[in-house]
Design a binder for this molecule. Structure first.
Ligand code: XMP
Length: 318
C-alpha cells in the first residue's frame, strides 16, 4: 500500500536514474507542491538542482522575502530569487479578462525563467509541482472552445526550451503531497499553507491590475489571513482569500460621504479543491475582520462574505 516513505524512496531512485549527471531547474512558487518537488529532487541529486523563485508582482504581503528566507535558511535549497515584478505589472496593464491575465502571467513567467537560464545550456530537465487535480482540470474540462482555466503550470512549457519534464507528484492529491512533505521534514506551518494560484492576486482583482489596487488587496488579505491564524481557524479551512471588487458603494464617515471599493472574503472547506463548501466561520470573527479591514484599509468601505459553493462557484472569483 501507498506510504509517503516508500513513495519518497522510489521517487528519489527514479529521479537519480533519470537525471544521471545532468542538471535540473525548478521554479518555486512558495507553495507546498513545488517545494515538495524541489526537496525531493534535491535529496536525489543535490546541487545538480537549481531553483528559481520569481517575484511576479502579484504575491501577497511580504511573501517574496519571507518565503525566500525559508527556502534558504530552513530548507537549504539552492535557490535564486528574481524580482521581476516591474515586468509582470507592465505586461498586466489594462488586462481585464481572467484568461488573458493567466496567459500573460504564464508567458511572462516563461520569459523570465528562460532569461535566468539563458547563459547556461547545461540544464536538461525542468521539475514541476503538477498535481493530479491540475492534470484533470486542464484535460477534461474542455468546453466548446477552450479549457475552463488554463492552469499555467500544466503544459505551459514551450518546445524551444528543450527541457524534459520531471513531475514527481503528478499522480498525487494535495493531502498526499502534504504527507510527503512532512516525511521530508518540511516545517508544519509551511506544509499547511493554503493553496495559492500561480496568477496570484491578479485573479483576485476583479478588474485591471495596478499597484494601488494590489496594495489595498494585500492589506485586506493580510488582515484576514493573520486573524484566521490568530483565532486558530486557518487550519480549519482549505483556502481563504480576499478579492477586490471593482464595485464602489456609498458609506458615511463622520459628516462625509465616501464612495469606495468593496472587499469580498471567501473561505472554503474542501478535500481536493475540485468541489468546495463555503466555510461557516463564526459571525463574531467575520465581524472583527470586517471592522479591521474597513478601519485600516484605505479605499475600502464595505466587506462582503461569499456564501457560494463549488460547483458551480469556483474557489477563485476569476
Ligand atoms: P477554482 O477557482 O478553479 O480553483 O475552484 C481550484 C484551486 O486551484 C487554484 N487555482 C489556480 N492555481 N493557477 C494555479 O496554479 C491558476 O490559474 C489557478 N486558478 C485556480 C485555486 O486557488 C484553488 O486552490
Amino acid at each position: 500500500s501507498w506510504t509517503a516513505k516508500s513513495f519518497i524512496e522510489s521517487t528519489i531512485e527514479e529521479i537519480r536514474e533519470k537525471v544521471g549527471d545532468d542538471r535540473v531547474i525548478c521554479g518555486l512558487s512558495g507553495g507546498v507542491d513545488s517545494t515538495v518537488v524541489a526537496t525531493l529532487v534535491h535529496e536525489a541529486i543535490g546541487d545538480q538542482l537549481q531553483c528559481i523563485f520569481v517575484d511576479n508582482g502579484v504575491l501577497r504581503k511580504n511573501e517574496f522575502q519571507d518565503v525566500l528566507d525559508i527556502y534558504e535558511d530552513q530548507l537549504h535549497l539552492p535557490v535564486k530569487g528574481i524580482d521581476a515584478s516591474d515586468k509582470f505589472l507592465e505586461r498586466l496593464k489594462g488586462v481585464v479578462d481572467p484568461e488573458m491575465k493567466r496567459i500573460t502571467i504564464g508567458e511572462t513567467f516563461i520569459e523570465v525563467f528562460d532569461e535566468a537560464i539563458a547563459h547556461d545550456d547545461s540544464y536538461k530537465y525542468l521539475a514541476q509541482g503538477t498535481l493530479y487535480p491540475d492534470v484533470i482540470e486542464s484535460i477534461s474540462f474542455k468546453g466548446p472552445s477552450a479549457t475552463i482555466k488554463s492552469h499555467h503550470n500544466v503544459g505551459g512549457l514551450p518546445e524551444e526550451m528543450n527541457l524534459d519534464l520531471i513531475e514527481p507528484v503528478r499522480e498525487l492529491f494535495k493531502d498526499e503531497v502534504r504527507n510527503v512533505g512532512r516525511e521530508l521534514g518540511i516545517p508544519e506551518h509551511f506544509i499547511k499553507r493554503h493553496p495559492f494560484p500561480g496568477p496570484g492576486l491578479a485573479i483576485r482583482i476583479i478588474s485591471d491590475v495596478d499597484r494601488p489596487k494590489l496594495d489595498i488587496l494585500r492589506e485586506a488579505d493580510d488582515i484576514f489571513i493573520s486573524e484566521l491564524r490568530k483565532n486558530d481557524l486557518y487550519d480549519e479551512v482549505w483556502q481563504a482569500l480576499a478579492v477586490l471588487l471593482p464595485v464602489q458603494s456609498v458609506g458615511v464617515m463622520g459628516d462625509e460621504r465616501t464612495y469606495e471599493f468593496t472587499i469580498g472574503l471567501r473561505a472554503v472547506t474542501s478535500v481536493d479543491g475540485m468541489t468546495a463548501d463555503w466555510a461557516h466561520l463564526p459571525h463574531p470573527f467575520l465581524a472583527h475582520v470586517s471592522n479591521r479591514i474597513i478601519n485600516e484599509v484605505r479605499g475600502i468601505n464595505r466587506v462582503v462574505y461569499d456564501i457560494s459553493s463549488k460547483p458551480p462557484s469556483t474557489i477563485e472569483w476569476e
